[in-house]
Write a protein that binds this ligand. Structure first.
Ligand SMILES: [Zn+2]
Length: 479
């Protein structure tokens, strides 16, 4: 888009205050952007503008930054994973589900498109997309208009189950190397996109599925290229116990010994650290190591809470100095609801209302995520930052009465009040409709793919069970 756009007289703007290193409220203020960049945030802009948009009745917030999500398959688990868990895996359903329920490859682009729509409609403008590469991914990133950090996964091993309780692996070390090379080539390819919206993250899948060599080489390459690096670590008790058994150390301490922790490292999800109450481990070092090394945590409370698991706790991590970012991981792909869940579970877990404030979780969903992605030009409304702007509709009944717009948004309205979304100064959502993608059509394909996925489960599950035996419907079907 050419020219200058002024959003005039917004009732509220959540603006970045560099001196505080945090967001503040402005009232009755203007926001001006030219092309991809914010030119002005403050009271009454007196320069020229080519387009003036009426900001009355709105609150402008920075586009949200989602640092951990799997859009290419998780949406196909809607109706499946909410109540699926294996008690013998300390409640996690991750391994059983991943082995038995495989989203059809030919539907991944559509499943992703549906997820991207849900994300942008809830105000996410920057997304870390952690996926196994699939046909059509680059094309989707091109057309979606969102700021995407593509994280093509690679690993030396895949999970295998032969019974109900023991996690085993199929190992193919040369394949892991090949996937690593392909992932880097893919990152190079998408980063060359002329828009500058697309970038990459180096993503060895899990701490237990990659050889030490592969992990070490991947972090070295990420540092050399100035790219963020992420992996799943301390995400389950099963993983914690395996790493202890293999190395004598907790996953975090082993990662530290390998040199994997640091300012470019994003730990998904760092829940089962040594002091977690489910582990009764003897050391109390993990949190300090995460903080000292400047590593970030990708906190995704929803999927874990459905297993009965919680990070202990958000406030303690922050107080230790850990940079916290938020992710949606599975579904709903709704980072505003994730903020609500993060705040509430922090307080429940800490037995303390001060464990996480609205400002804390909003910081994590914006500037915290940006820092994790090594960026200081997103997750904030400030001069020189990218024009990634969410227009929140204050007239939405779930926002009203509006005394404090962020509290109304986080605890009541969520995506219902997200009216318009600009990314790089381009409108991607207008009046709660996505302009760049087809939500309905992609959801139709996702449902058809879900039916095919379920039909294939008996052939992939270790016990040959049907999908409905593993995950019955929430109610019996009457006749
Ligand atoms: Zn994940």
């Amino acid at each position: 888009m050419a020219g200058t756009t002024r959003i005039k007289g917004a009732d509220w703007i959540v603006a970045w205050d560099e001196s505080r290193g945090g967001h503040i409220y402005l009232q009755d203020a203007d926001l001006v952007f030219r092309d991809k960049e914010i030119l002005f945030v403050g009271p009454s802009y007196d320069g020229q503008a080519d387009v003036t948009v009426d900001g009355r009745g709105t609150c402008l917030i920075p586009g949200l930054v989602n640092i951990h999500s799997h859009p290419s398959h998780e949406l196909s688990y809607r109706g499946i994973r909410e109540e699926h868990g294996v008690p013998e895996h300390f409640m996690s359903g991750l391994y059983e589900r991943a082995c038995a329920f495989k989203a059809p490859a030919d539907a991944k682009a559509a499943i992703s498109e549906a997820a991207y729509c849900e994300l942008v409609l809830s105000g996410v403008t920057t997304l870390a997309d952690l996926s196994a590469p699939y046909e059509g991914w680059a094309e989707l990133m091109d057309k979606c208009g969102m700021r995407i950090f593509a994280a093509p996964g690679f690993a030396s091993r895949t999970w295998r189950l032969d019974n109900h309780h023991e996690l085993k692996f199929n190992e193919d070390i040369p394949k892991g190397r090949q996937l690593f090379d392909e992932a880097i080539a893919f990152i190079d390819q998408v980063s060359a996109h002329p828009s500058g919206r697309l970038s990459g993250i180096v993503f060895p899948g899990q701490i237990e599925t990659c050889t030490a060599d592969l992990l070490v080489d991947s972090i070295a390459l990420a540092r050399e290229r100035g790219l963020p690096w992420t992996t799943h670590i301390a995400q389950s008790v099963v993983e914690f116990n395996l790493i202890v058994q293999w190395t004598g150390k907790t996953p975090i301490q082993w990662a530290h010994e390998l040199g994997l922790l640091g300012p470019s490292s994003i730990l998904g999800h760092a829940i089962f650290i040594d002091e977690h109450s489910w582990l009764h481990w003897w050391s109390k070092k993990d949190l300090g190591l995460i903080a000292e090394t400047g590593s970030s945590v990708a906190h995704c409370p929803t999927p874990f809470s459905r297993y009965g698991q919680v990070l202990e706790d958000f406030g303690k991590y922050r107080a230790a100095g850990v940079n916290m970012g938020l992710g949606t991981d599975t579904f709903p792909q709704n980072l505003i609801e994730e903020m609500r869940t993060a705040a509430i579970l922090a307080r429940v877990s800490a037995h303390d209302i001060e464990a996480a404030s609205t400002a804390d979780v909003f910081h994590a969903a914006t500037a915290g995520g940006a820092k994790a992605l090594l960026r200081d030009d997103i997750g904030r409304l400030a001069v020189g930052a990218k024009a990634d702007i969410v227009v929140v509709d204050l007239s939405n009944p779930s926002m009203r009465p509006v005394r404090d717009p962020l509290r109304s948004l986080v605890y009541s309205a969520a995506d219902r009040a997200v009216r318009d979304v600009y990314i790089d100064g381009e409108m991607v959502v207008e009046n709660r409709r996505v302009l760049t993608m087809d939500q309905d059509a992609s959801l139709d394909v996702a449902r058809e793919a879900q039916i095919r996925m379920e039909a294939a489960v008996a052939g992939t599950d270790w016990a040959g069970r049907a999908a409905e035996e593993i995950v019955p419907l929430s109610l019996p079907v009457g006749r």
